[in-house]
Write a protein that binds this ligand. Sequence first.
Ligand code: F6P
Length: 192
Amino acid sequence: RRCIWLSRHGESEYNLTGKLGGDSSLSPRGQLYAEKLPQLVRDAVGDRPLTVWTSTLKRTQQTAKYLPYPKLHWKALDELDAGVCDGMTYEEIERDFPEDFEARDKNKYEYRYRGGESYRDVVARLEPIIMELERQENIMIVTHQAVLRCIYAYFMNVPQDRSPWMVVPLHTLIQLEPRPYSTAETRVPANI
Ligand code: F6P
């Protein structure tokens, strides 16, 4: 049976400082995850053929760097675009754009960052990715929190407007096995 493996990128420099978006590199701990990932994946995938998809941002490509499989980089897998809030922390957004902060809190799925995207926008741009995933065999996707939440919700048959609340932690390999009426899930934490 074919499987889909999902992972967020390893911890980034921006994750450490609480900044959104950007194109930062992995932190030392994130780098450890990248180095540990080949074994984690090998234990789950065995000798089945696998293709790895990443976003076009550095942190996902650095995370996938040591995986010995063919790779594809998709712009459609880039993180939710926070527009004018890109590079800010949640505290800075609350201070500088209090109305936006509140609007997002009220309706996180529909809220679109100024000059950026909403979760609904991300779900729409993921459509070609989902279609391609449905046609492929074993795929591993290394991408970002908001994007993974949407992909995860889709395969777990959770309504798309609940995507913003899916729990997708760092440094964890998620294995999904789509079946006719449900999707079987396994989570393997890297413990780093
Ligand atoms: O903080 C990491 C991050 O991937 C940001 O780049 C992104 O804006 C955020 O998470 C998405 O999470 P939330 O929708 O909960 O703000």
